[in-house]
Design a protein around this ligand. Structure first.
Ligand SMILES: [Fe+2]
Length: 309
């Protein structure tokens, strides 16, 4: 990696492009809130952007905190994750784009729920819980009727909280009766939810979020989807900070297909150099790091204020 400066410049451009996409999706959500119809072309452009940049944006799902547009960030992140899962599961180009569109819009029903319920730090009352449980149906209505999207996108959104074991909602569907695209979005959505801070809890780190997901196998999530997700993200997921067994801190960049789960490509925090652990004999991930651990000892080449482990 002799060309670190160029790589950093490219990295910054990609990061800005990711933030712009979040702003774009936030503007769509504002229009929905104001009951303005969203022209299909607008969503088409957003889906294009996610599809084209999904691999390069992947590290920002965990790594980026440069926005307060939480709902839009979650939607974009769900779109990115759902798309790369669809890649790994060999879905067609058309299916992949449908997955992205549904992932971007699956939670628009939440825009119908009063903010005071969403931001309430205490436990919700029965009535408030019921309100939250209606959001997949609200998403279905918004997508199908107001946005004039295709029925398949609305149906996928309707089923995103159905559970593999049949204990989800709204219809308690189980297994393959749930649309495959909904099963993919369920995993992507659960992961983005866990790494996001809530009024009632702190965000989980990437490694802990992966452990939580895996412990759910055969219960909430389709095991094949979960398997694809673990293999592409790793147990120390793409975008997270790790300590290598030589003591160096690094950010995980990519797990190539078929590569052992402790041998991803990483970027060293100290000098920005990219290292493929597969070609470095004896070098592997030792443990996950919290952002505070990094800040105590060294500075990252990237914009540290906008990043977290
Ligand atoms: Fe949801």
């Amino acid at each position: 990696m002799g060309n670190t400066a160029y790589a950093e410049d490219e990295w910054q451009k990609t990061y800005q492009s990711y933030l712009e996409l979040i702003e774009w999706v936030d503007a769509v959500f504002v229009k929905i809130t104001l009951n303005h119809c969203i022209v299909a072309d607008c969503m088409e452009s957003v889906v294009d952007k996610v599809y084209q940049e999904r691999r390069r944006f992947l590290e920002f799902v965990i790594g980026a905190q440069g926005t307060h547009k939480v709902q839009a960030k979650n939607a974009v992140d769900a779109g990115i994750l759902a798309s790369v899962i669809a890649d790994r599961m060999h879905l067609s180009f058309t299916q992949n784009r449908t997955v992205i569109e549904a992932a971007l819009l699956h939670d628009v029903g939440m825009l119908c729920i009063p903010q005071e319920i969403l931001e309430k730090p205490e436990s919700l009352s029965k009535a408030e819980q019921w309100y939250i449980l209606t959001h997949p149906l609200q998403s279905y209505k918004v997508i199908g009727r107001e946005l004039h999207c295709f029925e398949d996108v609305a149906l996928i959104a309707l089923q995103h909280h159905e559970s593999w074991n049949g204990e989800g909602y709204p219809k308690r569907l189980a297994g393959a009766d749930i649309e495959l695209e909904s099963r993919i979005i369920a995993v992507a959505d659960a992961f983005t939810a866990m790494i996001t801070e809530r009024p009632y809890r702190r965000a989980f780190g990437g490694h802990q979020a992966m452990k939580n997901l895996v412990s759910n196998t055969m219960i909430q999530f389709d095991p094949e989807v979960l398997k694809a997700f673990v293999h592409l993200m790793g147990m120390y997921p793409v975008g997270s900070m790790v300590e290598l067994n030589n003591g160096a801190a690094a950010r995980v960049l990519e797990y190539a297909e078929g590569v052992p789960l402790l041998k991803p490509r990483v970027r060293l925090i100290q000098n920005g150099t990219c290292v493929d652990l597969l070609s470095e004999k004896g070098l592997l991930i030792k443990k996950s790091l919290e952002r505070k651990d990094i800040l105590m000892n060294m500075s990252e080449t990237a914009d540290q204020d906008k990043l977290t482990g």
